[in-house]
Design a protein around this ligand. Structure first.
Ligand code: NAP
Length: 289
């Protein structure tokens, strides 16, 4: 039996398997497409021919596939219902909290143990000091394999027994990054349309980054305590500024999709009566459908 089996060898799964092998663990690997096991076999991983063989080969299974639908396909193909008893399945595939809870129930109903995690790292960072994994599940399941998971990410945080919790944290952060990527790209399009160097824009935003840390901390506290009444900038004033981005996009002949979307949200918040409150009071029009 191997110390661990890694199911799914895409960019992330391959990085996870490599970090485990180079840390001296015995690792069984399986991937749907041929060829992705080759490099890992050369450094000592054992190739399983089927997902069932991978599951049979270790009591600790790491799954890292595209999504939970792919996970279901692989578990069905493996007839995992008959194999999962006594095993610990660590799901590191991204998905929704509901999917995590459903899979956790499925595994536990068949006598297995389940941990659900989310990775905050690029594949290149796996095994290095900057990699983070948050894990949800019972501490009694995590403790025996925590040292193995720390080989992947020294920053391993247990976020409680609610099996959906890791995916909430991951997806909330993803929401933040989605706006960050789109907002940066929109600003870059403005720079580009004016013939300016976008690399300089990256430097300018990087110089502001300490302010962002303070602002997100402040917003977290303000929203958590429902304290929006002492603003340094208001929904109304920020909304006017954001509406101007639509005009600039038209002038520069670039997409106005992002500023229209943002201006619309701020307009809704002002119309709902929050115009004099601080910018993160926008939360109030987002928290309900
Ligand atoms: P990827 O490179 O696209 O790999 C996807 C993996 O899923 C491959 O092994 C693929 O097999 C497999 N797969 C997809 N559908 C399948 C099916 N129906 N049956 C069997 N296998 C199937 O993706 P990735 O970057 O490794 O990401 C994997 C997970 O890690 C995702 O949930 C992602 O959100 C998460 N993650 C990734 C990163 C990152 O930076 N890459 C960071 C954090 C979290 P084939 O090789 O046969 O196609």
């Amino acid at each position: 039996m191997s110390d661990i089996a890694v199911i799914g060898l895409g960019h992330m799964g391959s990085a996870l398997a490599k970090a485990l092998v180079t840390s001296g663990k015995s690792v069984t690997v399986w991937n749907r497409s041929q060829g992705k096991t080759d490099a890992l076999e050369r450094i000592g991983a054992l190739k399983a021919e089927t997902p069932a063989a991978a599951i049979a080969d270790s009591n600790t299974l790491i799954v890292c596939l595209s999504d939970y639908a792919a996970t279901s396909i692989v578990l069905d193909e493996a007839h995992a219902t008959d194999l999962i008893e006594g095993k610990t399945l660590v799901q590191l595939t991204s998905g929704t909290p509901k999917q995590a809870r459903n899979l956790g129930q499925w595994v536990e109903a068949r006598g297995g143990s389940y941990l659900d995690g989310a990775i905050s790292a690029w594949p290149d960072q796996i095994g290095g000091p900057d990699a983070s994994i948050v894990i949800a599940g019972r501490e009694s399941v995590l403790t025996p394999i925590a040292q193995i998971l720390k080989l992947l990410a020294p920053n391993l945080s247990h976020v409680g027994t609610d099996i959906g919790r890791a995916k909430i944290l991951f997806n909330a952060a993803l929401s933040y990054f989605a706006a960050h990527w789109i907002g940066f790209s929109h600003g870059a399009a403005m720079y580009g349309a004016e013939g300016m160097d976008v690399a300089e824009f990256g430097e300018a935003i990087a110089a502001l980054s300490p302010m962002f840390a303070d602002d997100v901390r402040h917003m977290g506290r303000a929203i958590s305590g429902s304290r929006f009444a002492d603003p340094q900038s208001t929904i109304r004033s920020v909304g006017v500024d954001i509406s101007r981005l639509v005009e600039i996009a038209d002038d520069l002949n670039i997409s106005s999709a992002f500023p229209e979307f943002a201006a619309d949200l701020f307009r809704s918040a002002a119309e709902a009566g929050y115009g004099a409150e601080e910018h993160c009071a926008i939360f109030k029009v987002i928290r309900t459908r």
